[in-house]
Design a protein around this ligand. Sequence first.
Ligand SMILES: [Zn+2]
Ligand SMILES: [Zn+2]
Length: 252
Amino acid sequence: MYIKTLSSRLQQLSAYLLPAQCLLCRLPSQGSLLCMYCQKSLLKQRPHCLHCALPLIHDEAYCSQCMHNVDAFTQIYALDDYIKPYPALIKNFKYKKQLLNGQLLAQLLSLSIQQNIPADQISQVDYLIPVPLHCKRLRQRGFNQAQLLADVLAKNLSIPILNQAVQRIKNTCAQEGLNKQKRKKNLKGAFTLQKEQQASLKDAYVVIIDDVVSSGATVNSLCTILLQGGARRVDIWAICRTSRQPKQIISP
Ligand SMILES: [Zn+2]
Ligand SMILES: [Zn+2]
């Protein structure tokens, strides 16, 4: 009797806490963040490069850049290009603290990963590492968006998070408007490895979690540090991948 009352109270509470409408189209969503229609359309895969996840016009395997570039990471996987509705969802999440948007994006990313990355590859991942924020930026924003995304992914995909493995010791300025070389210079010495965590990294397959990957300079810099620290493979999972330099999004 007591359990029954408790469970009906919890149901009432979740109906109150969870939106009854789809966050995007406002149609009834039966307690989910998205209606079935929006979820299905957002999980539709567009052609993208299998190495760097840049959107492709034709259904090739790799983009022209990846034919020549040598990256530190093995693979980037992104939910989509930086196109509608993602810019608004991400900006509201990061800059207006609409954390429900973050939950929604992380849920979509984990569903997309489960649909498109082989289960035996996912099960080999040892740790997720959210891109760390500099302590000053963390104080300003009040939360690390990559950490929130990683928390949901860790739960849904049963992969532990390796926190404190790397620290951001340089409060890098926005990368917008900088050329490739200046971006690299801007990030030089931005991250440092915590010696206490180095044993966990040895021979590990780690995945960096980020919200938007644009030039790839940040994740490449972080990836190099992790490989130097002993990781055997580093991938990146992100909400969006774009070659454009969208204002604001570039700032970590
Ligand atoms: Zn909808
Ligand atoms: Zn590529």
